[in-house]
Design a protein around this ligand. Structure first.
Ligand SMILES: Cc1cc2nc3c(=O)[nH]c(=O)nc-3n(C[C@H](O)[C@H](O)[C@H](O)COP(=O)(O)O)c2cc1C
Length: 308
């Protein structure tokens, strides 16, 4: 377990951390380099939920310590070439789509990766970034069209504030004796500074309060609405991540809630009902995504009723 995540901080932090992170905490740690995350079924919680349709290899690593460090080294100019290369590596089946846009969508899906090496430059205008995020907020579906996702786009200096808040929160844990200073200096701090070195952060929130009426109306499903809201939020995250990649960004997804929640809410004067879920960090890539292992697709996917 990452010591920075031990629920041993000041009492409010401790309370907030009581249910966080859940069993998935090892994937929520930004220390993890996807290439090194074991795919082994025994460690199913750390298996990436990628939905690729292709099985390439089945490497098994079970030593969690092997997942460090996270920064990949080779340069990663996002380009059509790298898109094609990754598709080829994944051995795509040669189907002909009725609409060529389908192939383009799937290329974008395959090209999206976790990229940690980022610099504070943008390959596109801020307007383009904003447009992607707006479309995600507007058009990603939600259960019963409840539209519970709330999103904040932070660029340049505003983006840096998020990671200053996280650094400050972690320093608080060090001061409280909940995080060893050495671990902070050698691992946590450089990692957070790596995020700070990006161009922007998208904060994804869920407004659970907006579900009050529908929970009363459909009492039978009341307990489903919160998870549905989170699922819808995740769809937005995924769309923004994929679209930003398609525009030449590298990006990675982080989860520093609840440690940073209060400061985030105060800094941008956000409604208290907005509950932070994820932070998508992006910038111009300075390094490639790590190699990614895939569990055998046949263990994860079945088809019935297919015509020959
Ligand atoms: C729901 C979810 C939560 C994740 N949380 C984190 C995180 O907190 N820190 C991190 O560095 N990566 C996080 N990731 C990224 C995964 O580790 C990564 O997507 C996975 O290893 C597959 O690699 P890829 O993104 O390159 O395809 C998360 C991904 C998902 C889908």
């Amino acid at each position: 377990m990452d010591p920075q995540r031990l629920p041993m901080g000041p009492s409010h932090t401790r309370r907030a951390l009581a249910h966080w992170p859940p069993a998935d905490e090892d994937i929520s740690s930004a220390e993890l380099q996807p290439a090194q995350v074991p795919i082994r079924r025994l460690h199913i919680k750390v298996a990436p939920p990628e939905g690729t349709s292709i099985s390439v290899s089945h490497s098994i690593h079970s030593d969690l310590a092997n997942r460090l460090p996270l920064i990949p080294s080779s340069p990663h100019p996002p380009s059509t070439t790298s898109l094609e290369a990754s598709t080829a590596t994944m051995g795509s089946t040669n189907v002909e789509f009725k609409n060529p846009a389908t192939a383009t969508i799937l290329e974008a899906v395959k090209a999206r990766r976790t990229v940690y090496g980022l610099k504070p430059e943008s390959p596109v205008s801020d307007e383009v970034i904003e447009s992607i995020v707006r479309d995600a907020v507007l058009h990603v579906p939600s259960s019963f069209n409840t539209q519970t996702s709330r999103v904040v786009l932070l660029l340049k200096d505003e983006h840096k504030k998020v990671w200053d808040i996280a650094l400050q929160a972690m320093e608080g844990l060090v001061a409280a004796g909940a995080l060893p200073k050495e671990a902070y200096e050698s691992s946590t701090k450089p990692k957070l500074e790596g995020f700070r070195a990006g161009y922007g952060t998208v904060l994804f929130f869920v407004d659970y309060d907006a579900l009050k009426d529908i929970k009363e109306k459909f009492a039978l499903y009341a307990d489903k609405f919160d998870p549905f809201a989170l699922e819808s939020n995740a769809m937005s995250q995924y769309l923004v991540w994929t679209a930003l990649t398609s525009e030449g960004f590298g990006a990675n997804l982080q989860h520093y809630s609840p440690l940073i929640d209060e400061q985030i809410q105060q800094t941008w004067n956000l409604p208290a009902s907005w509950k932070l879920d994820a932070q998508l960090v992006f910038g111009t890539p300075t390094a490639a995504a790590g190699e990614k292992a895939f569990a055998p697709i046949d263990d994860r996917f079945k088809v019935f009723g297919k015509s020959a």
